[in-house]
Design a protein around this ligand. Structure first.
Ligand code: NAP
Length: 289
């Protein structure tokens, strides 16, 4: 049986370090602050937001939740983002996606100051990430990279196959692995003969949103399998994109759902918020003594 990659334990370890760094910053008079904007009352979004808030408070950060009604106007939402951009006690702004259909999601993402874009979705941060400049990295791919590194997975020269090409998971994931010298293949819903690619993968990242779609027949013996999917099976139980029970015997290492990628996403959000506060506060401290 392959190694089960414990994202919960790895995430907790990193969060302890974030908490210690946060305390040091607070001693210097600067408390990292994260603002989360929630539009509407989608239950899944509410759960994610609650989790992010809880984690930021546990790390010692200031946490602000702004709840807006589902029929909020685009202008009112943009005004909220503007206010948070100007608020010196807020270092990270996150607008929970998806937004209602009448709101232009990309306009909202672009309204967030790139300096406070702790989700790493702003085109300025995406562009910097692609050309290898310091930026806020998209939290889920950054968390996966951290999981691979902490598990001791050797990435250079490996064939990484990414299933899914979304802007928030698949695309940035491939870029980060490319920067680590992997050979990267992207697959998506129009890919023909998916198994011919997945069976070549030394590292397989499944981010397609289809319950237990990837089975043992898709996997090369000994592959590292990272399951990003967050789905419900026919009994309403949480599951990933990978048939965990079937694949774990064949994989060299595998992440479970829950307890794999999910905790790392939140951890990277805290890491980005701390980084933003460290940047702003060191400017502030050096200017004001
Ligand atoms: P998304 O925007 O819906 O993208 C899904 C991608 O999968 C698309 O690129 C799509 O291809 C591709 N795809 C769909 N069916 C496929 C198939 N049968 N074969 C190959 N590719 C297929 O989803 P996302 O936002 O990237 O999220 C993916 C999953 O990860 C979801 O379950 C989501 O809930 C989960 N997620 C988890 C975390 C976490 O922290 N654990 C964070 C983010 C997302 P096309 O481009 O051709 O349509």
């Amino acid at each position: 049986m392959g190694v089960i990659i414990d994202g919960k334990a790895i995430g907790e370890k990193i969060r302890k370090e974030i908490k210690a760094d946060t305390e040091r910053l607070i001693e210097r008079g600067c408390r990292p602050g994260l603002a989360v904007v929630l539009v509407g009352d989608d239950q899944a979004s509410r759960t994610y937001v609650r989790n992010k808030q809880k984690s930021s408070i546990e790390a010692g950060m200031k946490s602000e939740l702004i709840e807006l009604p589902v029929d909020v106007s685009q202008q009112a939402l943009l005004n909220t983002v503007d206010r948070l951009n100007a608020d010196p006690t807020i270092h990270g702004i996150l607008v929970q996606l998806p937004l209602p259909p009448h709101i232009d999601e990309s306009a909202v993402i672009q309204a967030i100051s790139p300096k406070k874009d702790v989700d790493g979705f702003h085109p300025e941060n995406v562009g910097k990430m692609i050309i290898g400049q310091d930026s806020f990295l998209s939290c889920t791919p950054a968390g996966i990279l951290e999981l691979l590194k902490q598990t001791g997975v050797d990435i250079a020269g490996k064939h990484a196959v990414i299933l899914g090409r979304s802007n928030i998971v698949g695309k940035p994931m491939g870029q980060l692995l490319l920067q680590e010298d992997a050979t990267v293949t992207y697959c998506h819903s129009k890919t023909r003969d998916l198994k011919s690619f997945t069976r070549q993968a030394d590292i397989l990242i499944a981010a397609i949103g289809r319950a237990e779609f990837i089975d043992a027949d898709h996997i090369k013996e000994g592959a590292v399998v990272i399951d990003v999917g967050m789905n419900r099976d026919e009994n309403g139980k949480r599951c990933g994109d990978v048939d965990f029970e079937g694949v774990k015997e064949k994989a060299g290492a595998i992440t479970p759902v829950p307890g794999g990628v999910g905790p790392m996403t939140v951890t990277m959000l805290l890491k980005n918020t701390l980084k933003s506060a460290q940047r702003t506060c060191s400017n502030y401290i050096s200017t004001n003594g």
